[in-house]
Structures are given as C-alpha cells and as structure tokens.
Design a binder for this molecule. Structure first.
Ligand SMILES: *Cc1c(COP(=O)(O)O)cnc(C)c1O
Length: 401
C-alpha cells in the first residue's frame, strides 16, 4: 500500500499496460482459454476475437489483415524478416543496415556473419541521420535486404523510410523497418511507404510483453523463422498467444484514437524538459537533430559525469530513466548509437534518455527539473554529496490551503 511513487520517464524501454487493454485480454485468460485451432466450438470461438484484433492492427498500419503475422516480440519479428530474406535467396548473402539499430538487428546480423553473410553497417551523421547516397551506394546485386529502423529508440531520430523504400525498390532489394518505437507517435501507412517488412512490439504501445507483429507484404515469399504448425497461415508456428493478440488489437485501437491529442501534449512536456535542462545545466547537449525526432524522446549529454551515477541518483529520487537501451544497460561502454553519431566521449558517457508516455504529467516534468540540476552539480563536485535518501520523494504539488 505504501508504495513509493515512481516517476516513469523510460517509456521507450517499455510502457504500462493500459487498463483498457487488461480488461480486453482478461476473458481470454479466464474463460475463453481454448486453442483456436481445435475443431470444436469451445476452441474455435476464440478465432473471431483473434481475427478482429488482427484487423485492428492492420488498420493501425493500413494494410490487409492477411499481411499481419503475430510473433512473440519485436526481437523475433526483426530476426524473422532478415532470416527469411537471407534464407530464400542463397545467391544473396549481403545485408545492409545501420550502426544505430537495436541489438535485435545488430546482433542477429553479427550471427549471420558467422554463417557467411556479409553485413554493411552504414554510419550516421552527427545529428543521427543517414546519408541516403551512402545507402544507395551500398546496395549490390547480391544484397538480400536493407533493414533501417523507422525511429531510433535511444535518440528518437526518425529515418526517411519512404525515401529508403523507394531506393530499395528501384534496386530490387527487400526493405525491412523496425517501427517498434513509432505507433502512437507517428502515423504509419505501409501502403504509402511500400516496405516489404515492418516490425512492431506490444509492450512498447501499452500491450503486455510477449507479443509482437511482423507485417509481410502480400505476395512476398516468406520462410518461417519458427517452424511448426500451420498457425498464422503457415508463417509462424506455435499456438497463438490469444490474450496477447487481443491485447495488441485493443492497444492498436487506443493508439489510433489517442495519437492526435497525445502528440501535442507529449511534445509540450518534452520541450519543457529540454529547455529546462539545457537552460539550467551548463555543459549539457541534446543528442540527435532538433526537429527530426519522435515527440517523446529526449537524450541529453552531461559533460564530465557518468550516466550510471546520474541514473542511480535519479532512482533514489524515484525517477526512472536510462542510458542507452534497456538491453545494453550494465555495460559501461558508451552507447553504440551515440558513438556512431560521433558524440564526444566526455558527453556520451554522461548521456541520459528521458522518454515520455501516456502516464506522464506536468508534475513529473516539474519534479525532474527540480531535482536534476542538483544531481549534476553534486556529481560534478560543485556541491557536497547529499546522503542517499530513501524517503518517498515529495511529488505532491498540492494547492496551498
Ligand atoms: C524494444 C525494441 C526492440 C525489441 O522489442 P522486444 O519486443 O522487446 O523484443 C527492438 N527494436 C526497438 C527499436 C525497440 O525499441
């Protein structure tokens, strides 16, 4: 009951499952627990909600429901797209990606390299953007697939997927995009962009962990990554995660409904964070171009401090943030994304990501801006180190009475 109030500013790592989503999935854990592939009515009756969830996800990205394959997570979707492309074209063993992808792409490519694939990892500019001429030049007759994320999870930098897609099409190369950070933040229209594969992950859009989506363009030959039963039209074996799929469908619906009002609200909070921090803390910089980023993400470098120390002190104040992605935390190396951008090591090592979401309020931002300058000053040795506080942070901004 006496739970410490947590200010969660790490929504790119995961998001709270929306109460509406919990409500939608519970019946499929309690009453309707049949196997959709069973011949009898008790199993088969979960088929309809499953297909209606598929339609909602298709609507979120503007595709045909038959182009949606449910997977176990974003990592699986990313792996599956690249796996299929390399497995189906034995003569094409070359993959093009970028130096700032998530480890779910980079480490899978590293693995394929051991099996004889060649990987070109494109560099990025200091603002995190990609030089499309370099991309074009990297494409070869034996290139199987290009995988470029739609938006970066660490900096929020958005990549021009429509142009990338056009370049790939003109060279007859498949294009996959990791769009896991995008739903609810930018409109997604796969028909307009024309990519061949797109990955999504439930827990980044207020559905639970353990459910992902891979969009596979109609007519494309596909080699399953998980081989088993005939589920998902033979494209992904394994009994369907019915509750997870229903949850994803509801979350997709909510993302569509709420984006229009959430985006400006989050943008305004983010602007306050950046103006507040950069204006009050000397030797701090924003990582990533100013205007080509997701609305919710702010990655800020503080010279001369260790990000891990900042995060620890923020944690003591009840604030969750991160350095790098959650998947690489723990290594003391500066983030591969910031390194690829050429951020000076003295800033990269002290870089912290704040990522906003539906749960965040004005009070959260006010509180962050209240405690952060003192933390940085203390870590820089500009003011005495206060003993760590285990007290509940004061986050109530009650009216004077
Ligand atoms: C979170 C994330 C992933 C991994 O998704 P999981 O569902 O956790 O496997 C991949 N790419 C990006 C950009 C992400 O943010």
């Amino acid at each position: 009951m006496n739970e410490k109030k947590t200010i969660y500013l790490d929504n790119n790592a995961t998001t709270q499952v929306a109460p509406e989503v919990v409500e939608a999935m519970v019946p499929f854990l309690s009453h309707y627990w049949g196997n959709p592939s069973s011949a009898y009515e008790f199993g088969h009756r979960v088929m309809k909600p499953l297909e209606s969830a598929r339609r909602r996800v298709a609507e979120l990205i503007n595709c045909d429901p038959r182009e949606i394959v449910f997977t176990s997570c974003g990592t699986e979707s990313n792996n599956a797209a690249i796996h299929s492309s390399t497995a189906l074209s034995p003569g094409k063993r070359h993959i093009v990606t970028t130096a700032v992808e998530h480890s779910a792409i980079l480490n899978f490519c590293k693995f394929l390299k051991q099996g004889g694939c060649e990987v070109t990892c494109l560099p990025v500019e200091p603002d995190g953007s990609l030089d499309l001429h370099l991309l074009e030049k990297a494409l070869r007759p034996d290139t199987a697939i290009v995988s470029v994320m739609w938006a970066n999870n660490e900096t929020g930098v958005i990549f021009p997927v429509e142009e990338i897609s056009a370049i790939c099409r003109s060279k007859g190369v498949l294009f996959h995009t990791d769009a896991i950070q995008v739903p609810g933040k930018l409109p997604i229209d796969v028909r307009e962009v024309g990519m061949d594969f797109l990955s999504l992950s439930g827990h980044k859009l207020h559905a639970p962990k353990g459910i992902g989506v891979l969009y596979i363009k109609r007519g494309l030959k596909f080699q399953p990554y998980i081989i088993g039963g005939h589920q998902e039209r033979g494209r992904r074996g394994g009994t369907e995660n019915v509750a997870g799929i229903v949850a994803f469908g509801r979350a997709a619906e909510l993302a569509m409904e709420r984006m229009r009002e959430e985006r400006p609200r989050i943008l305004a909070l983010r602007a306050q964070i950046e103006e507040g921090i950069l204006g009050s803390i000397p030797d701090s910089i924003r990582n990533g171009g100013r205007d080509t980023r997701l609305s919710n993400t702010s990655n800020i470098g503080f010279e001369g401090v260790e990000a891990e120390a900042v995060l620890m002190m923020l944690d003591q104040a009840g604030i969750c943030a991160s350095s790098g992605s959650a998947c690489t935390t723990g290594s003391l190396e500066p983030s591969h994304v910031l390194t690829a951008m050429g951020i000076r090591p003295s800033y990269a090592r002290g870089s912290v990501r704040f990522s906003l979401g539906a749960c965040n309020t004005q009070e959260d931002v006010d509180y962050l801006l209240e405690v952060l300058p003192g933390i940085i000053r203390r870590l820089r040795g500009e003011s005495p180190i206060a003993p760590p506080s285990h007290e509940t942070p004061q986050v109530e901004f009650a009216e004077e009475s």
